[in-house]
Design a protein around this ligand. Structure first.
Ligand code: A3P
Length: 288
């Protein structure tokens, strides 16, 4: 069945001001999430797409599901750290500790997360997000391809892409951060000091790890290792959803936007960024 997915048959549909993927997300399930019962020890990694979700899912898998992450394991990390918005039955029956990922905007997140559980929010500089999403959109079969970067960028700035508006996602989460037990990090923090990020994540989750365990997690979740490990690669686990050329784990760099943006596009972007993000206390590294 899956092998028959046609690029033209699937695309985005609007849901509460954001855009989700037909065939992957279901309205009935999304509606039920608002009252989805959160447990005290639940952990949710929240991101706008292309901001380091898979990387964080991988780190959480190593922290909580290490027995499934040994040499030769085949279980996709998408099953160890499933997306809240993709499958309620599976998420509901998982034994504790449940680890989730989510691209949901604040308005669609389970209400219970304000009372229980922990959130790890990862944000990435939106120029790199845009470039990464552009490549993904042309690589996955579930989205309509858009080969022209300028056209894509206009859609991105309007929020008419997978994940909706990057600006709304980040600004809303930051405005309501204090309502959650939350750790916020940037993708660039994770790149600059991966070890420091792993330590912050594990401390936040109340895990005291020895140096050697931390080193192992840093090593296993490195870009190079993850790229080689089919467990962490959606395109290897679900090949029917992706074109043959391309990779879900692509470059892993800060500042790759410079290879795509023209000066005019960058200036336009900066202008919109300054307007929309003026109240958000967040500084990004745009290059390293
Ligand atoms: P690029 O397309 O810029 O390379 P998400 O998982 O949220 O969709 O984010 C995907 C982005 O994270 C991709 O960015 C991908 O290469 C990068 N990424 C995935 N694993 C990584 C790792 N271990 N280290 C650094 N970057 C990683």
């Amino acid at each position: 069945e899956e092998q028959k997915i046609q690029k033209t048959a699937l695309g985005l549909f609007p849901y509460k001001g954001i855009h989700l993927v037909r065939g992957v997300h279901h309205v009935q399930h999304l509606d039920s999430l608002e009252t989805f019962e959160i447990r005290d020890d639940d952990i949710v990694a929240v991101t706008y797409p292309r901001s380091g979700t898979t990387w964080t899912q991988y780190i959480l898998s190593l922290l909580y599901h290490g027995d499934q992450m040994t040499e030769g394991s085949t279980k996709p990390i998408q099953e160890l750290v499933p997306f809240l918005e993709e499958n309620i039955i599976q998420i509901d029956y998982k034994p504790s500790t449940r680890t989730f990922a989510s691209h949901l905007h604040l308005s669609s997140i389970p209400q219970g997360l304000r009372e229980k559980g922990k959130v790890i929010y990862i944000a990435r500089n939106p120029k790199d997000v845009a470039v990464s999403l552009f490549h993904l959109q042309n690589f996955t079969k579930v989205l309509k391809s858009e080969p022209d970067f300028n056209t894509f960028l206009i859609q991105f700035l309007k929020g008419e892409v997978l994940g909706g508006s990057w600006f709304d996602h980040v600004a809303d989460w930051y405005a309501h951060k204090d309502e959650f037990d939350i750790l916020s990090l940037t993708y660039e923090d994770m790149i600059k000091d991966t070890r420091g990020a792993v330590v912050r994540i594990s401390n936040f989750l109340g895990k005291k790890l020895d140096d050697q365990t931390i080193d192992t997690i840093v090593d296993k979740s490195s870009f190079k290792n993850m790229k080689e490990d089919p467990q962490g690669r959606r395109d290897k686990q679900y090949p029917a959803f992706f074109e043959k050329s391309g990779s879900f784990i692509r470059k892993g760099k800060v500042g790759d936007w410079k290879t795509m943006f023209t000066v005019a596009q960058s200036e336009r972007f900066d202008q919109i960024y300054m307007e929309k993000m003026k109240d958000v206390p967040l500084e990004f590294d745009w290059e390293l």
